[in-house]
Write a protein that binds this ligand. Structure first.
Ligand SMILES: Cc1cc2nc3c(=O)[nH]c(=O)nc-3n(C[C@H](O)[C@H](O)[C@H](O)COP(=O)(O)OP(=O)(O)OC[C@H]3O[C@@H](n4cnc5c(N)ncnc54)[C@H](O)[C@@H]3O)c2cc1C
Ligand code: FES
Ligand code: FES
Length: 477
């Protein structure tokens, strides 16, 4: 039985826990405001808000209901457009109307939901139109929503209008302010206490035992095999307390496997270690997918271009695997045995990942190139960590995606840099070893030659981005 709040209603359903929230709200609750577009997380027509208590605060995140299993709704507040509608238009809906942001209306629900989510969770570190990769946070909040007929300028104006109206409003008691100003219906103020009447939303360890499929955020599984997942036996790990959390211990950073890309992006510890973290994670999928997709899912999916995998391979990370309470630790780079073949038993799950925290004088860089800047998988991605001892490279770790059957840790290339000083000759020499180590193939994302050239340039880019370096591109080519 799955129990959760759906808009202003308490739900208890015996439906299979692999049923998507989209199918549940449309076909079982007849809430047809939530639309079906792609069913692959790409269009945002099915966007919902998902509320839960995080560190004592009620927080809402946008998610794509087409990829979210009912198991991940357990103990949460699921909000569809019907749960946002009031007698009058909300300021979000009004702004879209005023700016001419809707025509056929198919996508409009998703935009309203995402922008309402933005008003509830306006980043505290930003004011006004401070930019995230040149995009205002309000516009960034609709990065997972596609409109086929209106044109984005009117939607951007609507987003800007909403940002202007809400940016200076209180961050404390935000829900109260949003209700008083008709952004949200009044029942939102009762949600917190109604959570307490629901059964515990965390899952016990025994759910990791027995047969079944481990499910993190479902953003790979429900794209790859939606029919199978609908009736599959599910071992949900998204909400397990033991698999969440990011902390430092003994000079290492430890990250639970169920931590999402958004959790990584918002982690003060991760931000302190990687000053460019926001820009890097911003290149991964879209806001709703980052709110769902987990680190463990990215690693186990074993896509040769998995962004988080490439990021953590270059940190020379280790993973902790667990089978029925028996744990073992493995270097992430030894996890990948061949195309989608892992050093992992079927009933083994990743519990956490950890890496030695680089020193401030070390260099880390991540690069990704796709056909579109946002909401696209990489053609090629790469990351590089240089651990420095003065001017000498004590250790180098280079990873690359899209250039082989697995996410690649470039062992020989990394060894080439060890004990050397950074200069153009070394970078060119390492670049040549990289070309020997990789084996890209021509496909829809580019020809072999293109991918080889791209990785060469991205690798050079890692050095050009370094602070205090005196290298010039001309020296490298
Ligand atoms: C629209 C869209 C855009 C995307 N863009 C990107 C992108 O830009 N970059 C990118 O890298 N990825 C992207 N992805 C892929 C996906 O979002 C990520 O790979 C994500 O991290 C997967 O995590 P998940 O929790 O959703 O995985 P799930 O779908 O839940 O699981 C994936 C696999 O991992 C297994 N699994 C999950 N957690 C564990 C665990 N702890 N232990 C053992 N097995 C586990 C599952 O059984 C399954 O086999 C995108 C996906 C979509 C739908
Ligand atoms: S239907 Fe397109 S993202 Fe869900
Ligand atoms: S208004 Fe028609 S798809 Fe956006």
């Amino acid at each position: 039985m799955t129990t959760f709040l759906l808009n202003n209603q308490t739900i208890q359903t015996p439906l299979p826990s692999g049923t998507t929230v989209l199918d549940f709200v449309r076909y079982h609750k007849h809430l047809v405001g939530t639309k079906i577009g792609c069913r692959e997380g790409d269009c945002g027509a099915c966007t919902i808000l998902v509320g839960e208590i995080e560190n004592g605060h009620l927080r809402y995140h946008s998610m794509t209901s087409c990829l979210m299993p009912l198991s991940n709704a357990q103990g949460k507040h699921i909000v569809t457009i019907e749960g946002l509608n009031m007698e009058e238009l909300s300021p979000v809906q009004q702004a879209i109307v005023e700016e001419g942001g809707t025509q056929c209306g198919f996508c409009t629900v998703g935009f309203v939901v995402s922008l309402t989510g933005f008003t509830m969770h306006q980043p505290t570190h930003l004011t006004g139109f401070e930019n995230l990769s040149g995009v205002s946070p309000a516009i960034a909040a609709i990065d997972g929503n596609i409109c086929r007929c209106t044109g984005y300028k009117s939607l951007e104006r609507a987003a800007a209008q909403i940002a202007q109206k809400t940016v200076d409003q209180p961050k404390e008691n935000r829900l109260q302010w949003l209700v008083e100003n008709h952004y949200l219906p009044h029942y939102f103020l009762t949600i917190r206490e109604r959570f307490e009447a629901l059964p515990d939303s965390t899952f016990s360890k025994k759910q990791n035992k027995g047969n079944g499929t481990f499910v993190g955020g479902g953003t790979d599984l429900f794209v790859q095999k939606p029919e199978t997942m609908a009736n599959a036996s599910i071992k949900p790990i998204f909400d397990q307390k033991e698999l969440n959390g990011i902390y430092e211990a003994g000079g290492h950073c430890h990250i639970g496997a169920a931590v999402t890309a958004t959790d990584l992006q918002e982690s003060p510890l991760m931000q302190s270690i990687f000053p460019k973290l926001r820009q890097h994670i911003k290149l991964v999928s879209s806001t709703p997918i980052r709110n769902m997709g987990t680190l463990g899912g990215n690693l186990v999916n074993a896509s040769p271009i998995g962004d988080l995998t490439i990021f953590f391979l270059a940190l020379d990370s280790s993973i902790v695997l667990n089978t029925n309470g028996n744990k073992r630790t493995l270097k992430l780079r030894h996890f990948y045995k061949g195309y989608k073949t892992l050093d992992k038993a079927p009933d083994e799950y990743i519990e956490s990942i950890f890496f030695e925290i680089p020193k401030k004088t070390d260099h880390f860089h991540f690069e990704k190139v796709c056909k579109r800047t946002h909401l696209d998988i990489a053609s090629v991605n790469t990351a590089c960590l240089l651990k420095m001892d003065g001017e000498t490279i004590q250790e180098a770790h280079i990873s690359a995606g899209g250039v082989g059957p697995v996410p690649m840790y470039l062992e020989r290339s990394s060894a080439t840099m060890k004990g050397q000083k950074i200069n153009a000759d070394l970078i060119k020499k390492t670049g040549a070893v990289i070309q020997e180590e990789i084996s890209p193939i021509s496909d829809a994302r580019g020809t072999e030659e293109y991918k080889r050239l791209l990785l060469r340039q991205l690798f050079f880019g890692c050095f050009l981005e370094m602070e205090n370096n005196e290298l010039r591109l001309g020296e490298l080519v």
